[in-house]
Design a protein around this ligand. Structure first.
Ligand SMILES: Cc1ncc(COP(=O)(O)O)c(C=O)c1O
Length: 421
């Protein structure tokens, strides 16, 4: 089938919303070949620079050869494992996380099927640890689609609570990321956990100085757990292994996923303080289980990912990306001040400011036409266009992105001139 037929079949009998979304945006694309920082359509007639990479699923580049080789070797001797029997790989994964300077000293981990799955288990754990039944989260965040995870996703745009008519009694939200007072006003003795990313989900702005430290202090004061969702920001994305490493905090639980599977395999992880782990995993017969979770193949891949993202050359590459993207965004803002303005770059988490929210949908489409898939644009203020390039990208991708952004600005200017003349 060609791209059009697949899109149409999706519309007929699969996820219509997705097909319609692409069509409405003028961004229809079905992936065929994929390699490194680029994807091609099934006709092999169009190439896109992937600066979205599904929020970090492909952080190590599409079809990473090292991961591919590891999987090929593992398939010779391993399978999904047997949950009724201990596996050495699950223990090795715990040791790897502990050796990797986790922000939670003396932590224990559980391998899960996905970040959503890890978040589900984490919320149940927070209820068990505290005996409370509410979670507090950033209103415009997203932490997964499965049952309990959905309780922490509150924006109109994501709309999980209202879409499924989920019980609202378990969720509390704060409106502005960085607003400690709002959290202080909202947190109470019913709050089992605060769940947040170390950056603003919608705008990519890193947590402002003192914010996470302040949240932690509030959590300690109210005996509430601090759960950091590092599904997107972790695994080297920020320039450090965990973005929480930039702050003076010790979360109680960290969630990982997406890129943990090396772009090939469904793996998530819940990394917890060891006393929480013991209470939740070892004080009854249930803690976490899924027949296919913690498979030895998944564990091996996750360990390899942790190994790759801690290599000095990968870390240096992320710093180089940060430097080059920062320089690029400053130059674009200086050259096209009517369209762009600086926002922020932290490692491979990059946001370019837009002078007007009306430019957002236009810029996404214009970039797509010029061969760049951006992550998304912000649905809240400030208006930004966001990029999540592969961490293995060579500096040439910054030139490629810069060319497309400049070209967009030139054509935007031309259109402005036409419409005002
Ligand atoms: C911050 C964050 N947490 C959790 C998730 C859930 O990840 P998954 O869909 O892989 O389960 C996502 C997915 O986009 C996410 O962005």
């Amino acid at each position: 089938m060609d791209s059009q037929q697949i899109g149409e079949a999706y519309r007929q009998r699969h996820w219509r919303f997705l097909a319609d979304l692409q069509k409405k945006a003028g961004m229809e694309f079905v992936v065929g070949r994929r390699e490194g920082s680029h994807i091609w359509n099934v006709e092999n007639s169009r190439r896109l620079l992937d600066c979205g990479n599904s929020g970090g699923v492909h952080s190590l580049g599409h079809c990473n050869p090292e991961i591919r080789q590891l999987i090929a070797e593992s398939l010779e001797t391993l399978d999904a494992g047997m949950w009724v029997m201990p596996t050495e790989e699950a223990l090795a994964f715990q040791d790897t996380v502990n050796r990797a300077d986790s922000p939670i000293p003396d932590c224990r981990t559980v391998l899960t099927l996905s970040a959503s799955d890890a978040m589900d288990a984490t919320i149940m754990w927070s209820f068990r640890v505290t005996g409370r039944k509410k979670v507090l989260a950033f209103k415009h965040g997203y932490h997964g689609h499965s049952g309990f995870a959905a309780l922490a996703t509150g924006s109109e745009a994501e709309g999980l609570l209202s879409h499924y008519s989920l019980p609202g009694d378990y969720s509390l939200f704060f409106e502005d990321y960085g607003d400690l007072d709002a959290i202080e006003r909202t947190i109470d003795a019913s709050c089992a956990a605060i769940i947040m990313e170390p950056m603003n989900y919608e705008t990519f702005e890193p947590a402002p100085d003192g914010f996470l430290e302040g949240v932690q202090a509030l959590c300690r004061r109210h005996s509430t757990l601090l759960i950091l969702d590092e599904t997107r920001s972790g695994l080297g994305r920020s320039g450090r292994l965990w973005m929480s490493g930039f702050y003076d905090i010790q979360p109680d639980i960290i969630i990982s996923g997406k890129g943990l599977g090396g772009g090939y395999y469904p793996v998530g992880a819940l990394i917890a303080r060891s006393d929480i782990y013991d209470l939740c995993m070892n004080s009854g017969h249930w803690g976490y289980m899924a027949s296919l979770a913690g498979s030895p193949i998944g564990a091996r891949i996750a360990m390899k990912v942790l190994d790759i993202v801690r290599r000095p050359e990968l870390v240096a590459n992320v710093h180089l990306l940060e430097r080059d993207l920062t320089t690029l965004f400053l130059a674009l803002s200086a050259n096209f001040p009517d369209l762009y303005r600086p926002a922020w770059v932290r490692g491979g988490i990059a946001a370019l400011g837009l002078q007007d929210a009306q430019f957002a949908s236009m810029i996404q489409l214009e970039l797509f036409r010029r061969g760049v898939l951006c992550h998304s644009t912000s649905l809240i203020t400030p208006s930004v266009v966001k990029f999540f390039p592969c961490l293995t990208s060579t500096p040439s991708i910054v030139e490629e992105l810069g060319g497309a952004l400049e070209d967009c600005a030139q054509s935007f200017r031309k259109q402005e001139r036409v419409s005002t003349s």
